[in-house]
Design a protein around this ligand. Structure first.
Ligand SMILES: NC(=O)c1ccc[n+]([C@@H]2O[C@H](COP(=O)([O-])OP(=O)(O)OC[C@H]3O[C@@H](n4cnc5c(N)ncnc54)[C@H](O)[C@@H]3O)[C@@H](O)[C@H]2O)c1
Length: 256
């Protein structure tokens, strides 16, 4: 198997795309640390991995809290002795304009979505250097093509693209690769939350599909398989990239 005996930490893997990543990494042979603030969700992910006879362990983590992230690093090293791949997936999405967003909401979203990538990368990098490992940061097509009512979220996802390139050039010579994934609409928590604040959520869900050349929203595992590829030796000359997984969202104007 592609990732046999590799150790992978996936943040925000108690649901949605993160859970799909944890499952795909486990299927590829990796031992997975399922890190999420929602420990019940993380334990459910572990249960699903154990059902397919693979190895994973849950750890309650707040990616916006330095002490919590340091505990995640210690736990990973004590449990599996090393880390080969880090997937920074945890995020929240506040569906508001700048004018309607409070400073507390802005700060919270920045500290989880961007601060979380900073903190986990900062504290795992010394160990990723030892294994010549890799980082995958979950960004979004919203870093290139923005939509109404999620200004702060779009800003955080664009920041992740910049941070990905910066870490790639700082750590490439040490053998650490850093890439981002930019998904289109995916059948997971944050997209569903966005649909729910639109005037007609069902219509919004159907119309979102048509924004993609493939006329459908994506499945979480379609993103997860790319995270596995980027973390594997098959992607050994890919770093600093933002890989778009969007069913053609960015290819042209939607049908009228
Ligand atoms: N769903 C989409 O359409 C879509 C599209 C593009 C990008 N993305 C990105 O994919 C990622 C996952 O999104 P999703 O739709 O699966 O969302 P989701 O809400 O299903 O999953 C997010 C997970 O992050 C966890 N989390 C939140 N705050 C945390 C914190 N402080 N510390 C640790 N964990 C925390 C949540 O508990 C949850 O399990 C996000 O980075 C998102 O920006 C999603």
């Amino acid at each position: 198997m592609k990732l046999e005996n590799r150790v992978v930490v996936v943040t925000g893997s108690g649901s949605g795309i993160g859970r799909a990543c944890a499952l795909e990494f486990a299927k590829a042979g990796a031992k997975v640390v399922v890190a999420d603030l929602n420990i019940q969700g993380a334990e459910e992910t572990v249960k699903q991995i154990e059902e397919i006879k693979r190895t994973a362990i849950a750890f309650k983590t707040d990616v916006s809290n330095p002490e919590s992230v340091k505990q995640l690093v210690d736990f990973t090293l004590k449990t599996y002795s090393k880390i080969d791949a880090l997937v920074n997936n945890a995020a929240i999405q506040i569906n508001k304009t700048v004018e309607d967003t409070t400073f507390e909401e802005w700060s919270l979203q920045m500290s989880i979505n961007v601060g979380g990538v900073f903190l986990t990368s900062k504290y795992f990098l010394p160990y990723l250097r030892e294994t010549k490992g890799s980082i995958v940061n979950m960004s979004s097509v919203n870093s290139f093509f923005v939509e109404p009512m999620c200004a702060g979220y779009c800003a955080t996802k664009a920041a992740i693209v910049g941070l990905t390139k910066a870490m790639a050039i700082d750590h490439g010579h040490e053998g650490v690769r850093v890439n981002a994934i930019c998904p289109g609409y995916i059948d997971a928590g944050l997209a569903e939350g966005y649909f729910q604040v639109q005037p007609d959520p069902e219509k919004a869900r159907l119309e979102a599909g048509k924004l993609h050349a493939l006329w459908r929203i994506g499945k979480s595992e379609e993103v997860a398989r790319v995270a596995v590829f980027l973390s594997s030796d098959d992607a050994s000359f890919i770093t600093g990239s933002s890989v778009v997984v969007d069913g053609g969202f960015g290819s042209g104007l939607p049908p009228q």
